[in-house]
Design a binder for this molecule. Structure first.
Ligand SMILES: [Zn+2]
Ligand SMILES: [Zn+2]
Length: 315
């Protein structure tokens, strides 16, 4: 049976905007160069409701405690922004660990880092799969690690972050990695994060999450895949009825304009490409999964989580 993570949501359901990968408050000559207060306030002003400051664990000696800001302690800087704790496990390959106040600072403990998040009720995301080189995130690691929620299908701090994200030579895009995982029967989700270091990374790529503004409901929604990745395109609805996937998007909050809808399936195969203000795809039944990438005329995009055949995915 095909499962649609967006089945319960209509245009009336407003998802919350979230970035889980942010470096801030660690001082000069570090990744988190900008002041925590300024970063929190600017995310709030830009329209975010959820933020995780996820500094590098390896900076601990240099900067001490400030690298893992306690969300409650710094709440007064941006009261409307729900902060969740976390860090970036920064031994290759990097892992964004969300939902725990503990951290690890030793190489080779990737699985333990993922488990820290999961055991605290949170989640872990494998970061920037194509950073430095195409196979930064190796197939071996992707298949070996257990329990992570997904990958950064978009990373907003990589080169050409402002260009169309889908170009293959553009390393901030990793839809191909997601297709690899899904085609292996590993049900993983598509995250988009700024990986904020400097102001030009602010609000490049984000997650829209159908949840209440509590950490528990956020983590629940993420586990269920009830969110999508975006660089500016919003989802109006994505339905699955009588074997037909139908969806509509808008540019930003309100603008309805024709967009390119790309329905992608097993092993990254392009199943259908449609241009219009809405699109639909009729399931044959043997797809295993169908995910959609939507590109607006201005080059902004949206990447959905897969509609998936639960018989194929062993959760
Ligand atoms: Zn990183
Ligand atoms: Zn980072």
């Amino acid at each position: 049976m095909f499962i649609n993570p967006y089945q319960n949501f209509t245009e009336a359901d407003i998802p919350l905007r979230a970035n889980f990968h942010t470096h801030a408050g660690t001082g000069r000559r570090t990744c988190g160069f900008h002041r925590l207060k300024d970063v929190l306030q600017n995310y709030q002003r830009t329209g975010y409701q959820i933020l995780c400051i996820s500094n590098h664990n390896c900076n601990i000696k240099k900067i001490g405690k400030m690298i893992f800001p306690d969300p409650l302690k710094f709440r007064h800087y941006a009261k409307d922004l729900m902060q969740v704790p976390g860090f970036e496990y920064s031994f290759t390959p990097h892992v964004v660990v969300v939902g725990t106040k503990e951290f690890l600072n030793k190489d080779g403990l990737h699985q333990e880092a993922i488990d820290l998040a999961v055991n605290a009720g949170g989640f872990a995301v494998l970061a920037h799969p194509h950073w430095l080189r195409d196979d930064y995130l190796t197939k071996e690691n992707m298949e070996k690690f257990r329990g992570y929620a997904g990958i950064e299908v978009l990373n907003g701090s990589m080169e050409y972050a402002r260009c169309v994200f889908q170009e293959r030579e553009n390393k901030c895009y990793a839809g191909d990695v997601l297709d690899y995982l899904l085609s292996k029967g590993l049900l993983k989700w598509a995250f988009a994060n700024d990986d904020f270091h400097r102001w030009n990374h602010l609000a490049n790529a984000w997650n829209m999450i159908y949840c209440k503004k509590t950490p528990e409901d956020l983590y629940r929604a993420v586990r269920q895949g009830e969110f999508y990745a975006s660089t500016g395109v919003s989802l109006s609805y994505l339905r699955l009825e009588n074997g037909v996937i139908s969806m509509a998007c808008r540019n930003g909050e309100y603008v309805k304009e024709p967009m390119r809808y790309r329905f992608i399936g097993f092993e990254g195969k392009l199943l259908q490409e449609t241009e219009g203000t809405e699109a639909s795809y009729t399931l044959r039944g043997d797809e295993k999964y169908v995910r959609v990438e939507v590109v607006s005329p201005s080059g902004t995009m949206l990447i959905t989580n897969p509609v998936y055949d639960d018989a194929f995915f062993r959760k």
